[in-house]
Design a protein around this ligand. Sequence first.
Ligand SMILES: CNS(=O)(=O)c1c(F)c(F)c(SCCO)c(F)c1F
Ligand SMILES: [Zn+2]
Length: 261
Amino acid sequence: TGCNWGYGKEDGPSVWHKNYPIALGKRQSPVDIIPDETVRDFSLGPIVPDYDRCTSVNISNNGHSVVVEFVDCDDRSVIRGGPLDNPYRLKQFHFHWGGKGHDGSEHTVGGVGYTSELHLVHWNAIKYRSFREASKSSDGLAVLGIFLETGDDHRWLHVITDALYMVKYKGSVTDFKDFNPRCLLPSSLHYWTYLGSLTTPPLYESVTWILLKEPITVSERQLAMFRMLQFNAEEEDERMRMENNFRPPQPLEGRTVLSSN
Ligand SMILES: CNS(=O)(=O)c1c(F)c(F)c(SCCO)c(F)c1F
Ligand SMILES: [Zn+2]
C-alpha cells in the first residue's frame, strides 16, 4: 500500500478516484464557500482551541506536506465547542500551498483562493480508541482550517520555516519541541462549518470542518521557504519542488455551510 498518489499530472486530484472511488462521494472536501449562501446558526457556540498544555514532538516531510505531530495520548491539547459534541484531540498540523505567485489554499471563498491553508487535525478520542479508527468514522475528525494571505512577516512562523531545511526530502523528520500552535490563530475565531472529508487520499468522509473567517498574514519570503521542500526522497533522481499540494474545490452536493457569526 505504498503512496500511489500525488499532485502531478499523472497521479493528481483528477485521477485519485481510480484508486479511491470515494473521491466522487457526497461529502468531499474542500469546497467553495459562498458567504451569502451560508446559513447563520445562532445555536452554534464559540469554538475553543485549548492548546495551553500541548506537546509538539517532531516536524516531518511526508512527501505531500510538512507536518508537525503532537503527543495525543491524553487530552492535553483539544478543540471543543462550536459544532462539536465532544473535545477532539490535536494530532498534527500541516499546510497546503501554491507555486510562486499562485494561490494554494484548498477551500475558496466566493471562488477566490488564499495563498495557503493551515490544517490543524483533531480526532474524537471520546468515541474512538485511535486516530486510525476515528479517521474512518463520520464524526471521527475535526479539522480547524486557517487561511494564509501574504503581507508582513508572521512573527511566529519563522519557528517553523527555520526548521524546514532539516526536512527538505520525503521521509525526513526532526525533533520539534515546545511549539504551541495557539500562536498561529488569528484574533477572531468566527468560523464556517460543514461536514466533509480528508482532502488527501484515502479521502475518508470523516471530517467536521471548522474554517476561520479571518486569515493570518505571512510574508512572501516566509512562504517561499515552504517551496524549497521537495516531494521526492533525497536518493530519488527526479527532483520535484513541493508546491501546489492542494486539492481543488469539490461539489457541495446539497450540503449547507453554517456560519457561527
Ligand atoms: C485535512 N487535510 S488532509 O486531508 O490533507 C490530512 C492530511 F494531509 C493528513 F496528513 C492527515 S493525518 C493522516 C495520518 O497521519 C489528516 F488527517 C488529514 F486530514
Ligand atoms: Zn490538509
